[in-house]
Ligand binder design. Sequence first.
Ligand code: AIR
Length: 202
Amino acid sequence: MDKFVEDEWQSSRMNPRTSEPHNEEVSPMEQPSGRGAQVGILMGSQSDWAKMEKAADALKQFEVPCEMLVLSAHRLPDRVAEYARTAESRGLAVLMGGAGMANHLAGALAANCTLPVIGVPLSGSALNGVDALYATVQMPKGVPVATVAIDGAANAAYLAVEILALQDEPLRARLKTHRQAERAKLEAALVEQTPQVQEVAR
Ligand code: AIR
C-alpha cells in the first residue's frame, strides 16, 4: 500500500465515538458496526470531520448509535463500495455521505446498496459548496440520494431519525417530544416579546 493510501485508510479507521476501537486486524467492513451502529456517517476527508460531527451530535440526543469514517469516493473508491455493500448485513439502516467539492460519496454509497442514503454537500471550496450541492443532488432516476442543505449535517441526522422512527416506536416518541420542546421554547420567547410598533412616515 503506498503511503498516501495507507494514511487515508488509517484515518478512515478513527472512531472517537466508540470507546472500543475497531479490531486492528480486521477492516471496519468485515466486523459488526461499532456498538450496533444504525447510522453510518461517512465523509470524504479528515478535514470534513468538524462539519460532519454535528450529525453525530444530533443523533446522540436521540440515543441513536452511529459510526464515523473517513472514506473518499475518489481516493478509495473500492473501500467505499465495500462499505456500502456490507452495510446492511452489519446492521446499519441509514448511510450519510458528506463531502466538499465534487461530492460523489453519497452517490457512490447509493449505487452500492439499497439503504436510504443522505447526502451532505459541504462548503470550503472555491465554489463554497455549490459544487458539492449540485454533485450530490443530481442523481439519476432509480438511485436516489436525499440531499440536505450545504453543511446541513444536523438536518441529515434529523432525517435519519425520522426514517428510523418509522419502525421504532420509542424513537418516534422521543422525536415528537423533542419537536414539542423546541416549539414550546419558541412559544415562551414569543410571549415574553413586546411587539414593536413603529410609526412609518408617510
Ligand atoms: N473530497 C475528497 N475526496 C473526494 C472529495 N470530493 C473532498 C473532501 C473535502 C475536500 O475534498 O470531502 O471536503 C478537500 O479534501 P482534502 O482532503 O484535500 O482536505
